[in-house]
Write a protein that binds this ligand. Structure first.
Ligand SMILES: Nc1ncnc2c1ncn2[C@@H]1O[C@H](COP(=O)(O)OP(=O)(O)OP(=O)(O)O)[C@@H](O)[C@H]1O
Ligand SMILES: [Mg+2]
Length: 391
């Protein structure tokens, strides 16, 4: 077989691909203990037979809403074994975006023989309720990406589900977890829904910070890769690159892509160079951002880009030396230290570079480490060189 085909799935690094597949659920959720505790508080009393709970999880892309909702409900079901029989249904409203589709989906989850058509939405709701009561089950329903349904139609279905037991003898038929990226989701609801949901039942997830993203990547690395194949430096770089958005999916994708690069190269270890900013996912730098820079700001950035093509970080001291070299190349006199620092700050504010303060190794106080996380340094270098030529 051709050499290059031998490399596919060579497994020099990866021993289990599953942790990188998109629908894989991690055994533990990393770094969301407070949020899981909050969910437990919201679901306080769910072991009581007549009790229903409801919650709304809101957070930006990749903040772990779906994984949190799924893991929490699965663990809750396990915990309640022998106390209350929980049926789980996770419905993504992007795939089932009308009231009828959602109801149909719930009905067939509970009873695969439920007929495809012929019933009104009211009838299906009653069928669902009867089915649950007959089997002594409580439904824990996750409506993921609920904003899609609300935008497509209205919040009517939510209202009806929240009132499913009103005026009835048996209570506690359905608990609801609604999930959305939309920060202002609650403002789409009328007061009758808000009061039934309860504002204190809204859990807001923040984007992940760098440390959490490193830990999320580490969990996948430990479960999927050979010991020693992924260093802490590699994980740190993954964290840095994904922290610009705070998206766990991005950190996992960056690691996976780096593993692929290393394996195709025939290596049994991932190097920091294997991690590259994703072309599609990263908020790339607009050409206008370079155009508005002054000449010396461009020269400072150019020096930094050239070093970052080869290395992961550049210290502020080195950035200054590189700036002086670039100035010589372009035949201009380098500005003094204070101006150089001012330019660094501007570049940071403009989102072109990221800086981090670290204790200097040579003991001379604190030094700044500079990285570029939302663009490829090579591309940025080209763009600056072109802009300098046009001057
Ligand atoms: N705390 C975490 N620990 C481990 N893995 C996580 C964690 N948070 C997210 N992930 C993983 O990151 C990926 C994205 O998470 P998830 O799908 O839950 O995000 P989301 O907030 O639902 O995103 P979207 O808004 O796009 O639906 C999944 O593969 C998930 O398993
Ligand atoms: Mg999701």
């Amino acid at each position: 077989m051709a050499d290059y085909l031998d490399r596919i799935g060579a497994g020099k690094i990866l021993i289990d691909k599953d942790p990188f597949s998109f629908d894989w659920t991690p055994p533990e959720i990393v770094g969301r203990d407070n949020e899981l505790n909050e969910m437990a508080t919201i679901f306080h009393g769910i072991d009581g037979l007549n009790r229903s709970c409801k919650s709304v999880i809101i957070g930006p892309v990749g903040s772990g809403k779906t994984v949190l909702a799924n893991t929490f409900s699965t663990k809750l079901r396990e915990k309640l074994e022998g106390i209350r029989d929980i049926a789980l249904a996770h419905i993504n409203c992007r795939n089932y975006s009308s009231t009828m589709q959602v109801l149909q989906r719930i009905a067939t989850t509970l009873d695969p023989r439920h007929p495809e058509r012929g019933f009104s939405s009211g009838e299906i709701i009653q069928t669902i309720r009867r089915n649950l009561i007959t089997h002594g089950k409580h439904l824990l329903l996750i409506l993921d990406e609920i904003d899609v349904l609300v935008r497509n139609e209205s919040a009517e279905l939510i209202y009806r589900l929240l009132r499913i037991d009103e005026g009835r003898e048996e209570k506690g038929t359905i608990s609801l977890i609604m999930v959305s990226q939309e920060e202002n989701l609650m403002s789409r609801f009328e007061s009758a829904i808000i009061s039934r949901l309860g504002l204190s039942n809204v859990l807001k997830l923040e984007p992940y910070n760098e440390e959490q993203l490193v830990n999320i990547a580490r969990q996948r690395a430990e479960l999927a890769c050979r010991k020693g194949s992924i260093s802490e430096e590699v994980l740190a770089k993954v964290g840095r690159y994904s922290a610009a958005i705070g998206d766990a999916r991005l950190s996992i994708e960056l690691l996976e892509a780096a593993i692929r690069r290393a394996e195709v190269d025939g290596r049994d270890e991932v190097l920091t160079e294997d991690i590259e900013p994703s072309e599609f996912r990263v908020t790339s730098i607009e050409p206008s951002q370079v155009d508005i820079l002054s000449k010396h700001q461009r020269l400072v950035l150019l020096g930094i880009c050239r070093r970052l093509k080869k290395k992961d970080l550049v210290s502020s001291g080195d950035a200054k030396k590189l700036y002086i070299l670039v100035c010589e190349e372009y035949g201009v006199k380098a500005k003094g230290h204070t101006t150089f620092w001012k330019h660094l700050k501007t570049l940071e504010i403009e989102g072109l570079i990221d800086t981090k303060t670290a204790n200097s190794v040579n003991g001379r106080g604190r030094t700044q480490h500079i990285t570029i996380t939302n663009a490829s340094p090579g591309e940025l270098e080209n763009r600056i060189e072109k802009a300098l030529l046009r001057e």
